[in-house]
Design a protein around this ligand. Structure first.
Ligand SMILES: *[C@@H]1O[C@H](CO)[C@@H](O)[C@H](O)[C@H]1NC(C)=O
Ligand SMILES: *[C@@H]1O[C@H](CO)[C@@H](O)[C@H](O)[C@H]1NC(C)=O
Ligand SMILES: *[C@@H]1O[C@H](CO)[C@@H](O)[C@H](O)[C@H]1NC(C)=O
Ligand SMILES: *[C@@H]1O[C@H](CO)[C@@H](O)[C@H](O)[C@H]1NC(C)=O
Length: 790
């Protein structure tokens, strides 16, 4: 277990409430999770962490110790795919250079292994706001951060061989080695290094600029941090370091033309030498990077900075409390680590938007809203509405300046849209939950609604980057696979999966229109929400399935006829092993999921879907077929709700079994504990909801209800100053099925959903549980076509 002995620097939270101690940031950091385990604040811009030379280093780090350390860089994303994003401005400590000129500086020459524990794992330690490791050169590394600045402490071993401590500041090697036109300057008297470059976005065509400002202090056993003049300094390039050279500018760079600075510091006599490195970052200028650093970390006090970061984490994590039963310690770690990862992205880049000037908040690293709208933002509604309001204000501000809400934004750039205009369900989720509080949170209802209508009505120049293919949607009520409309710069691929997302997006807009009293728009967008039926071909069966599984979402042509995509296409059972990634011109109709999987994706009108699929029993059989035959892919967001859908067929016990099975089968607290990319908190928030026994329907008042994994869970909402508790009275490994629900001492009408008002007023929800998996819902959760959501 993770003991406090490993964490000697921090002591102020040993007693009292310290939910950060239940977080293991290393979960999902090997193989495909791409989790960021370094030091950051909740939604911090700076995410300082270790970078390794592994192929899957999208968040910099890999827990597998066979991969070597290339440096400690300042910006990362969490859990993404694409090309490795960010990882800018690596700092690297060199302990073993016999001379300045021969010191290996390039990313491939300098890299080094970590020290291993006796069990073969690396000596990496991570905790909210703090990361430490030990390199095989004997250098100990400690990292912490404020919002736009990191503080790093490199402890060099005593210089028994007369080797001096050296620090390398690498300007050009981001995750993709994509730098162009870098600049660097060294101040010889203080050692301050400033620089910046242009870098490539990782999942789109754009470029962004980033700048850094790096300062140094030395600590001896008897002194506090002191300024230190480097004894040697110089710029390095592919030709190695040049002593005394204080400035350089690369015309063109890239992996073959790196640029950085190397500085040598005096060693402390017969003792370890501690060099503190403070890296300020800005997307505006080097001057602003220096100002950020000076304002945020004036005194180089690593313990204070780390404790302040942990206090911020404890504040947000502590709003959800669980009471555990005997033996649930590991489940609690899974739970709080999932909640923790739900607060890494999006990141607060306020003050760092280079594109226009505004006093509104600016958030970035929406990577991508297609992944996160389903569970991440409904989680913020429960316990972090003020942050949610800032994110929404930032999104509306982007729409006002760029025309459309962000979808897959990263590093200030528009990146590839995967589904619909999936900012809509996020902004709508906020308004449906916080209409009464929006004005006091400085969210303008008028601007919010205008941003939704812009997505729904205005054709963008390139719908691969923002907005939607709205003309075709409005004209045909589906997206024709052979559409002849001019699609400048966009490909007419993914027509079925995009249409299903457009339908849900329009549903969420109808909910906002209704709350605003705009009945005409509410009716119009509710009608558009029903267009999903237009892709339904009732005659398609599974080549390997029972005849009861009949009817699939399929592509359609301009003339209304259907084309055929094998329902197994893109699944684990696809005989052609297709991926359904961004294949331009692909006419199969689907993105990262099979027709069978997407045929379940109509969260707002499950009643119609059940009708189309031949009634409740057929629907249940189909869900069983999907899960039992490997068609459910938990890493694929449009399918994530599948284990919970038995609710709509009045069989909630099956949802309870299937959703619990999903967690035990695919998620655990090891470094391999995620089945796929964390996707900016999409996975973390998904695990969170299943473990508390809820599943959200975004932009509605409704949460599907099951039983929590713990005897009790409480949610504190700081905006309402209320606490809501779900108590599972007689929870046991067998008694997990909801038999009846009491809310504040009164019988509640459904075993299958609860409504938002309980979280507004603060309620006690008591579940009586049973061992009987066949209990009914009482009242079914709502669907649009049966009069729900009105
Ligand atoms: C670096 O030097 C230390 C002794 O100062 C030695 O133990 C270690 O093996 C060296 N590491 C490398 C990677 O050269
Ligand atoms: C809303 O804006 C007002 C005026 O600019 C400001 O005083 C207030 O602090 C803001 N409130 C929030 C929650 O941002
Ligand atoms: C489905 O099959 C029925 C019966 O053969 C036929 O009338 C109908 O046109 C078919 N529908 C489609 C969309 O192919
Ligand atoms: C942990 O989860 C991963 C990803 O789903 C899985 O591959 C691995 O087998 C699990 N490990 C344990 C010990 O359960």
């Amino acid at each position: 277990m993770r003991s406090l002995v490993l964490f000697p620097l921090l002591f102020s939270f040993v007693l009292g409430q310290d939910p950060a101690s239940f977080v293991n940031p290393l979960i999902g950091t090997a193989k495909d999770g791409h989790v960021f385990p370094g030091a950051t604040l909740p939604h911090g811009m700076v995410k300082v962490g270790m970078d390794t030379d592994s192929p899957g280093n999208h968040a910099g780090y890999d827990a597998n110790p066979s991969f070597l350390v290339t440096g400690f860089s300042q910006l990362h994303d969490d859990g993404t795919g694409g090309a490795a994003p960010l990882s800018n401005f690596k700092i690297f400590p060199s302990a073993n250079c016999s001379s300045f000129e021969t010191c290996p500086t390039s990313i491939n020459d300098r890299k080094i292994s970590r020290t291993l524990r006796t069990d073969g794992t690396p000596e990496d330690f991570a905790s909210p706001g703090y990361f430490s490791t030990s390199l095989s050169s004997g250098v100990q590394v400690r990292l912490t951060a404020t919002r736009r600045t990191s503080l790093q402490r490199y402890t060099f071993p005593p210089n028994a061989h007369g080797l001096l401590p050296r620090i390398n500041v690498d300007i050009t090697n981001d995750g993709q080695q994509s730098s162009q036109g870098p600049t660097i300057t060294i101040d010889p008297s203080t050692g301050r290094v400033t620089g910046g470059s242009n870098f490539r976005a990782s999942f789109g065509p754009g470029h962004y600029k980033a700048f850094t400002c790096v300062d140094f202090r030395i600590v001896t056993p008897k002194t506090s941090p002191q300024t230190v003049t480097p004894v040697e300094y110089g710029v390095w390039s592919s030709a190695g370091p040049v002593r005394g050279k204080v400035t350089a500018a690369g015309v063109l760079s890239g992996s073959s033309a790196p640029l950085g600075a190397l500085l040598t510091f005096p060693a402390v006599e017969r003792a370890p030498t501690d060099i503190l490195v403070r890296s300020g970052v800005s997307l505006i200028s080097t001057e602003q990077a220096c100002a950020n650093a000076e304002a945020e970390i004036p005194d180089f006090d690593l313990i204070n900075v780390a404790n302040a970061a942990r206090a911020q984490w404890n504040d947000v994590l502590g709003r959800v409390e669980v009471e555990i039963a005997h033996g649930q310690e590991d489940l609690r770690v899974l739970f709080y680590s999932s909640l923790y990862r739900s607060h890494l992205s999006p990141a607060d880049y306020t003050g760092e938007n280079p594109l226009w000037s505004s006093t509104e908040p600016y958030y970035d690293s929406f990577y991508c809203n297609w992944d996160t709208y389903r569970t991440l933002y409904p989680l913020y509604s429960l316990h972090d509405p003020e942050r949610f309001a800032q994110i929404v204000r930032g999104m509306i501000n982007i729409q006002q300046h760029e025309g459309w809400l962000p979808e897959c934004r990263g590093a200030t750039q528009k990146q590839w849209v995967q589904g619909g205009s999936n900012g809509d369900p996020i902004v709508a989720e906020f308004f449906v939950k916080f209409q009464q509080q929006a004005a006091s949170l400085n969210v303008s209802a008028e601007s919010l609604y205008a941003s939704l209508v812009a997505d729904a009505e205005n054709p963008p120049p390139i719908f691969e980057l923002q907005g939607r293919q709205v003309d075709a949607w409005k004209q045909y009520h589906y997206l024709p696979v052979d559409s002849r409309e001019t699609i400048a710069g966009s490909t007419n691929a993914r027509v079925v999966s995009r249409a299903l997302e457009y339908a849900f997006d329009d549903f969420t807009i109808s909910q906002v229109a209704k709350l605003l009293g705009n009945q005409a728009d509410a009716a119009k967008y509710a009608a558009r929400a029903g267009y999903f039926v237009n892709n339904w071909n009732p005659n398609i069966t599974m080549p390997d399935g029972p005849p009861s599984v009949v009817g699939m979402m399929q592509p359609r042509k301009l003339d209304g006829s259907f084309t055929y995509t094998d329902p197994r296409h893109c699944s684990a059972n696809d005989p052609t092993h297709s991926t359904c990634f961004f294949n331009p011109g692909a006419v199969d109709g689907f993105y990262e999921g099979s027709p069978l999987l997407y045929s379940q994706y109509v969260p707002h009108d499950m009643a119609t879907l059940i009708k189309l699929q031949g009634g409740r029993q057929n629907f249940i059989d189909r869900l069983d077929f999907i899960i039992d035959n490997g068609y459910f892919d938990v890493t694929d967001e449009p399918g994530q709700q599948i284990p919970f859908m038995y609710h709509y067929a009045n069989n909630p016990g099956k949802s309870t079994q299937r959703s619990r099975q999903t967690i035990t089968q695919f998620f655990n607290t090891t470094v391999y504990g995620l089945p796929g990319n964390d996707d900016g908190g999409a996975m973390g928030s998904y695990v969170f909801f299943i473990m508390v026994g809820l599943y959200p329907v975004p932009a509605t008042q409704h949460f599907l209800l099951s039983s929590p994994f713990f005897p009790s869970v409480s949610f504190f909402n700081p905006l309402f100053q209320t606490k809501t508790t779900i108590r599972a009275k007689n929870l046991s490994p067998q008694a997990i099925f909801v038999k009846s629900v009491m809310i504040d001492g009164k019988h509640w009408r459904s075993n299958c959903f609860i409504e938002w008002d309980v979280f507004v007023r603060g309620a006690m929800i008591e579940l009586e549980l049973s061992e009987d998996p066949n209990l009914p819902c009482g009242v079914l959760p709502p669907s649009l076509s049966t009069g729900g959501f009105s």
